[in-house]
Design a protein around this ligand. Structure first.
Ligand code: SAM
Ligand code: SF4
Length: 348
């Protein structure tokens, strides 16, 4: 089968075999990527028109008890300057975002023990009480099923937890022994069962990644059927064990975004900050490859540079919620506009 035929098969069947994915990922060329991009864009337009959903990202703590080898927030990075926002700070961010048009707030952070279940639930309830027409997304790592349930009962709508890699050997090369793929998958299935709109995802070009592990990532996405998928290039952070590893490929990230859109037609797919960091037009090119979500930064300016997952992470005007006008202009140039709505997942 040619690569074009494999892409067409993915479009009609929603999945390929592992061997077919490996074949496609190891031999695709520019023409194949362009074909996938056009198809992905057409699908995204059929489901979402020319609308891009925006999420206000509040990076509320960079304190983390985990030690993922790739991440600048890892506990053992003694050079990171640590901060945590208070509940009032977080509510202030929402108050700033709401009049700008944000109807989803994403609370993301390290696994910070200060934010115990009670405090997280209190923050979620307070946001929902003040902004009843907004969705709250949490992205605060691995928790027990009971804890996830309490977050859901408090009113949280969505949860982002990238699986990072669906190959257990690869997983153990990216994380210390305290973390396992088995538990990560269990968390994701629990989140779905509880009723969260659930997001998984992975970095493209993470150290030790191969076309085989990427094929397994795509198969896992098919198995989980998440409502959201986060994909961005791996970018090194100098004070981590992977500080000297090369960054992931921009082109491959775009191709994978297109493949995910073709597979899971109605999925909520962000054009990530990492994509915007690796290329000046990364956000736009992610949209043109099939993405339909962007997550501008709503964190207070004073802490923005401290949430350094990788070197060079952008926090320029058009990355910030306050620079939304600039972002609107950039999207207008490629024929898209921002939607002021919660932007929930809709069954296809
Ligand atoms: N602590 C939570 C977690 O791990 O799910 C949420 C915050 S964590 C910083 C969010 C995501 O950042 C991770 O899932 C990972 O994929 C991404 N990330 C971390 N380090 C990165 C790097 N060096 N390059 C690109 N993405 C990175
Ligand atoms: Fe902590 Fe998340 Fe970074 Fe891992 S990826 S070190 S859990 S913030």
């Amino acid at each position: 089968m040619t690569n074009k035929q494999l892409i067409q098969k993915l479009n009609t069947r929603g999945v390929l075999t592992k061997d077919e994915f490996v074949c496609l990922l190891s031999s695709y060329n520019r023409t194949d990527a362009e074909y996938a991009q056009k198809l992905a864009q057409k699908i995204a337009k059929a489901y979402f028109g020319n609308k891009i959903f925006i999420r206000g990202l509040i990076e509320f703590t960079n304190i983390c008890r985990q030690n993922c080898y790739y991440c600048g927030l890892r506990a053992e990075n003694s050079k990171a300057s640590r901060y945590r926002l208070t509940k009032d700070d977080i509510l202030e961010c929402c108050r700033e975002g709401y009049p700008l048009g944000f109807r989803t707030f994403v609370l993301q952070g390290g696994e910070d023990p200060h934010f115990d279940d009670e405090l997280v639930c209190d923050i979620v309830k307070s946001i929902k009480a003040e902004f009843p027409d907004c969705a709250v997304t949490l992205s605060i790592g691995e928790k027990s099923r009971n804890t996830y349930q309490s977050f859901f009962d408090a009113g949280a709508d969505r949860y982002l937890l990238r699986h990072e890699t669906a190959n257990s050997e690869h997983y153990s090369k990216l994380h210390p022994k305290t973390l396992s793929l088995e538990n990560r998958k269990e968390c994701l299935f629990n989140l779905k069962k509880i009723g969260f709109q659930t997001g998984c995802g992975f970095m493209v070009g993470s150290p030790h990644q191969t076309v085989e592990t990427l094929a397994e990532d795509l198969l896992f996405i098919h198995e989980l059927q998440p409502q959201m998928v986060g994909i961005g290039p791996f970018l090194p952070h100098k004070d981590t064990p992977f500080g000297r590893e090369p960054a992931g490929s921009f082109e491959l990230t775009l191709f994978l975004l297109s493949l995910v859109r073709i597979m899971q037609k109605n999925v909520l797919l962000p054009s990530t900050t990492a994509l915007g960091t690796i290329h000046p037009q990364g956000r736009e090119m992610g949209i043109l490859a099939g993405a339909n979500v962007v997550m501008p930064n709503l964190s207070p300016v004073s802490v923005r540079k401290k949430y350094m997952l990788y070197d060079g992470k952008i926090s320029s005007d058009s990355e910030s919620a306050q620079g939304l006008e600039e972002l609107k202009e950039r999207f207008k140039k490629i024929g898209y506009e921002i939607s002021v709505s919660r932007g929930d997942f809709r069954k296809g």
